[in-house]
Ligand binder design. Sequence first.
Ligand SMILES: [Zn+2]
Length: 495
Amino acid sequence: MSYENYTNHLRKLADVNYANALLQWDQEVFMPEKGAAARASQQATLSGIAHELATAPVLGGFIKELLADNTLTALQRSNVERTAKEFEKRNKFSTQFVEEMSMAISAGFQAWQVAKKDNNYAIFEPKLQKLIDLKRREVDLAGYDEHPYDALLDDYEPGTTAADVKELFDNFKPGLKTLLDKIFAAEKPDDSFFKQHFNKDTQWDFGIDLLKQMGYDFSAGRQDISAHPFTVSFGSGDVRVTTRVSESDLTEMIWSCIHEGGHALYEQGLPEGDYGLPSGEAVSLAIHESQSRLWENNVGRSRGFWEFNYPMLQSRFGHQLGNVPLDAFYKAFNRVEPSLIRTSADELTYHFHIIIRFELELAMVEGTLSAKDLPEAWNAKYKEYLGIDVPNYSQGVLQDVHWSHGSMGYFSTYSLGSLYAAQFYAQAVSEVPGLESSIATGQTAPLLNWLRDKIHNKGRNLTSRQVCEMVTGKPLDAKYFMDYANKKYGNIYGF
Ligand SMILES: [Zn+2]
């Protein structure tokens, strides 16, 4: 009986968390400005209730009983063990602390929106400092072995430490730098045709078609507009995506749409019957990001994908693209150059945007960098790593939503995700006959079926490391990304 009690308890917790996520989705998509104060309080209350459920002594009792029960199946045991670890961690935080964090996050997000819109960092600075202080208290409460950052990363990427990430980045930076130097020395493809007027509704319709082609199920989701594209799940039967559309830049909608679609396919493919249980959830943020990156880059920035889709795009935008051949289009959306904005960066310089944020986060968590000094540190790193001057706060330190959400220790999972994506995609190509030629005829089902079978329907009863070894037979290795990048960009840039 008690496994059933345990399951019911976790499902109740999931109900509260998903209700809170729905309020968050609404805040970013529809909520009017004046709703902010009440919304902050509603979310803090729900966060408090979720925390009480997650740390309830009754749950502790179920866990204790089940850990001693040897009639459990392997999957049940694995669920209970994962819950036990989280139960122990969450019990280190008081409800008061969780509600204080939730209020600071709501205030931070509201201030960030205004600050970014008005290019006024001073509005955000005190809220960010409050969040940094709370995060530093959080790591002290959670505890860690080596670096305070490890306690934060553990929420997103269990089992991976700051030292692991640093080592991976250090190993991978020189090869990436060499490739970038070759690219910067070569002639840049023309991409000026992306910056014409592209009607918003026509772009929107094309994005919907792309999502359908990928296998996104619109009876289990919807797409809306938000300032920062994201995917949110309320269970595998309701997985929503958002995008943004710029009428003066075609690239924004297309690849953000494919990216979020990749995240959503993962959530829609999680085992439905395991709602609320670890076996019904995604492995980690890096594995989540591997799914979005695989679709966005390995598929969505391949020539084959556009052999099928480009004629359809041209038919919608004949005036703008009618005279642009596929090859020119392909080279243009793979143009590599240092830029200010992470979310629109090419897939190579992207990693330096992440390395910058990772290094700044380490310093903030260590307490050696305050919110006041952050813009200067940000600008100095953009100069050092990407050689560019940051002209204002909105395109600089205020560009990302993450820190306003209290999400620190998160950015590194984006780069890890790209590396996992390259390794998974290489494996898929070697295992699924004719995979790339089917993508070139608009058939993405063989790829989606492989991902469903190997990753999506497994839930999170394995760590990212175990998933990687199970799917590819090897631990994560940046070599796969570099092989992919060297081959692709060698072709495009002719070396
Ligand atoms: Zn993503």
